[in-house]
Write a protein that binds this ligand. Structure first.
Ligand code: PXP
Length: 247
């Protein structure tokens, strides 16, 4: 059974487009509430909720994360950059898991995997701090052998393979090669003893192929579910994705 983590950042993106300057924590007129959306996603079968507290606070705000911590009944997965400030925040929050991602202020979304080879010391320190606090760490990495092998060596329990290059190549001749790269990455991760997740750019069409990748535990999906929810509501959007993940 493939699990679904629903990324609710885009609900906050819509809210921020209108209410960036409002007192969001205390003004009942401010909408939509990403945490209420998360609860509806859970009711429809989401196995976990993922939120990304970015350094630039462009969508999710700290009060969202604290409210989510108090209300999410499944699992709260905090995506975060690998910095001392975010590590300190996560240790106070105590989410069920953290996913370490790269952050670049000019990017539209998380555009590449975290280079854990190039940032080994910082990544290692964060994993050790999380392990000591009983918080599972996932590493959002490209499906590259040296990244995956180092993830296992640093004793991260999970990796999340970046499926963005595959998703972007879906209507191009590169698609089969990108899918094969993910397959080899998932096989290697599994051989190294890692729990293998995947995410980024997964939608209601490419899920038919993504779900055939071996050893996958959980998919983290945001944009396509929130987009569909505009037409169907979040509960139907979550149910439909879960049905396609596990037909
Ligand atoms: N996984 C990670 C680590 C991400 O950074 C994101 C985007 O925030 C996602 C999954 C979800 O990607 P998408 O919104 O394209 O489904």
């Amino acid at each position: 059974m493939l699990l679904l983590g629903v990324n609710i950042d885009h609900a906050a993106t819509v809210r921020q487009a209108r209410y960036r300057l409002a007192d969001q924590a205390n003004d009942p007129a401010v909408e939509p509430d990403p945490v209420a959306l998360a609860m509806a996603a859970e009711r429809a079968g989401a196995d976990g909720i993922t939120i990304h507290l970015r350094e630039d606070r462009r969508h999710i705000q700290e009060h969202d994360v604290w409210r989510a911590r108090g209300t999410i009944a499944t699992r709260l997965n905090l995506e975060m950059s690998c910095t001392p400030a975010m590590t300190e925040f996560a240790l106070r929050l105590k989410p069920d898991s953290v996913c370490l991602v790269p952050e670049n202020r000019t990017e539209v979304t998380t555009e590449g995997g975290l280079d854990i080879v190039g940032n080994r010391d910082r990544v290692q320190a964060t994993i050790e701090a999380m392990n000591a606090a009983g918080i599972s760490t996932s590493l959002f990495i490209d499906p590259e052998p040296e990244q995956i092998e180092l993830g296992a060596k640093l004793r991260a329990p999970w990796i999340e393979l970046h499926t963005g290059a595959y998703a972007n190549s879906y209507y191009t001749p590169r698609r089969a090669a990108e899918l094969a790269r993910l397959r080899h990455g998932a096989e290697l991760g599994h051989r190294c003893g890692l729990t293998v997740n995947a995410g980024h750019g997964i939608n209601y069409v490419n899920i038919a192929e993504v779900r055939t990748l071996p050893h996958l535990h959980e998919l983290n999906i945001g944009h396509s579910i929130i987009s569909r929810a505009l037409f169907t509501g979040i509960e139907e959007a979550v149910r439909e994705m879960k049905a396609r993940m596990n037909p």
